[in-house]
Design a protein around this ligand. Structure first.
Ligand code: DLL
Length: 432
């Protein structure tokens, strides 16, 4: 098995020392050799001499996605072009794409991180894993691919799309694990049922590494029950490298390998660091990156950091599920609503299917939220009064948990769009 007990179970004070040494080396290098970082540090009145313990990281300036866009394509690179061996591109919702560059060592650390993560989730040489993340500019496919190969699993690089074929191969090749977005696994499940597959009779799938988009605990429960598998959360961003950190068999949050990434959780309003156990925006410092280092990069992802020892024995810090992004928050009539809260509430109603779409409009001066919800095939009925009662029940649950009035539109199974890659579940017409 590929794991690194020396790092993964390292006592917290030793890990802080190791992180300090890495940070000091990184800051010295950047201050000496890179104009972007030197200018930023000077503007904040900080030099490498001010960094004397890991906690001094708070003296350093933050970095934002906008920095990557402003310095597109190569002004953030800190190595000569001939040391760069790969690019990936993250397609943002607006503006220039974000280009991420990797040296050979960057690729090795990325693979090492995933190798430890997959091992924690029980992936090994006896497994056949279907990688159904997109291959290409997106980091999901190639990232998961090399991590899975390094643990010795047999990799089926199926990429996205061609769902019927994916199911056929899954059956014929005895696929035991899959890596894809949660929404794509749900789509595979729906298609499998339509084609007459039975997960228990026809498939030997045991585990899934799901990420690249938000998903909730009720969604995990459904996937695990419907498919009879274990579903692990897999997290990462292209600025960090790509998919990197996942859960162990206890599923108590994503283990972060502290020799590779230092995590801070910040108060969303003030940017001040919060103690472990508090929810806030995650900022990350990539301690090993060479081609494009990231210091205090504001991910915009909202989560909580836990530092207690996990039941698996690993001391590495863990991240709770991402509950939303700072920029995903919808303000509806002055009330803050995260799409993850909507999903959390919806998926606890057994009659509701797995697909929904949030549509926000403005009616005169008032914001209006319409929620299109697919109903499970077994509960979908022609009896109008049953459907009216169900709609009223969903609306009252949403009112209770979100504290806003939501207009629900029930949809037949299969009526809402499906996604091969990241699901897109919000249409905010106020912005169009
Ligand atoms: O989505 C990398 C990735 C690929 C992660 C495959 C996991 C699996 P980006 O395209 O740069 O990179 O998007 C990063 O996606 O800031 C989060 O908002 C969201 N995200 C990623 N993983 C999760 C997750 C990849 N497990 C952005 N839960 C991040 C919730 C996630 N959100």
């Amino acid at each position: 098995m590929f794991w690194n007990p020396k790092i993964e179970c390292m006592p917290a004070d030793q890990l802080r020392q190791l992180q300090y040494r890495e940070l000091k080396r990184l800051v010295n290098n950047l201050y000496s050799f890179n104009k972007f970082y030197r200018d930023h540090m000077k503007a904040q009145n900080v030099t490498p001499l001010d960094i004397n313990r890991i906690e001094d990281i708070t003296k350093l300036p933050f970095m934002y996605k906008q920095d990557l866009r402003d310095n597109y394509p190569d002004k953030m690179f800190t190595v000569p072009k001939n040391e760069i061996v790969r690019y990936h591109v993250s397609s943002g919702t607006s503006g220039k794409p974000t280009l991420v560059a990797y040296t050979r060592n960057d690729l090795d650390y990325w693979t090492e991180a995933l190798c430890r993560s997959f091992t924690a989730g029980g992936l090994g040489p006896d497994d056949t894993i279907q990688i159904s993340y997109g291959y290409g500019l997106f980091t999901g496919g190639l990232g998961a691919h090399y991590g899975a190969e390094r643990v010795g699993a047999t990799v089926l690089p199926s990429g996205t799309g061609n769902t019927e074929r994916q199911l056929e191969m899954m059956k014929d090749l005895g696929v035991t694990a899959i890596a894809c977005t949660p929404s794509y696994l749900i789509h595979l499940d729906t298609t499998a049922k339509k084609l007459g597959y039975d997960w228990k009779r026809d498939m030997v799938l045991k585990k899934a590494f799901l990420g690249a988009e938000p998903w909730s605990e009720p969604m995990r429960t459904r996937i695990q029950n419907d498919l009879g598998i274990k579903a692990y959360d897999l997290y990462g961003t292209s600025e960090q490298a790509g998919p990197m950190f996942s859960e162990c068999e206890y599923q108590k949050g994503v283990h972060v390998w502290g020799d590779i990434m230092y995590v801070e959780i910040l108060d969303r309003e003030t940017g001040e660091p919060l103690e472990p156990g508090n929810e806030g925006e995650m900022a990350v410092t990539m301690l090993k990156k060479e081609a494009m280092p990231m210091i205090r990069y504001r991910t915009r992802d909202i989560t909580t950091l836990y530092t207690d020892t996990c039941e698996c024995g690993r001391t590495s810090p863990r991240l709770a599920r991402i509950t939303g992004r700072c920029d995903d928050m919808l303000v509806i009539r002055g009330i803050n609503v995260f799409p993850s809260q909507v999903e959390y509430t919806l998926l606890q109603i057994p009659e509701v299917g797995d697909q929904y779409m949030i549509i926000v409009t403005r009616d005169g001066d008032l914001d209006k939220m319409v929620l299109q919800v697919e109903i499970r095939p077994e509960t979908f009925s022609d009896k109008v009064e049953d459907m009216i009662a169900l709609r009223a029940h969903i609306e009252s649950q949403l009112k209770k948990y979100l504290n806003i009035a939501v207009q629900v539109e029930l949809k037949a199974p299969g009526e809402l769009p499906r996604f091969d890659g990241k699901a897109s579940r919000v249409i905010d017409k106020r912005k169009i």
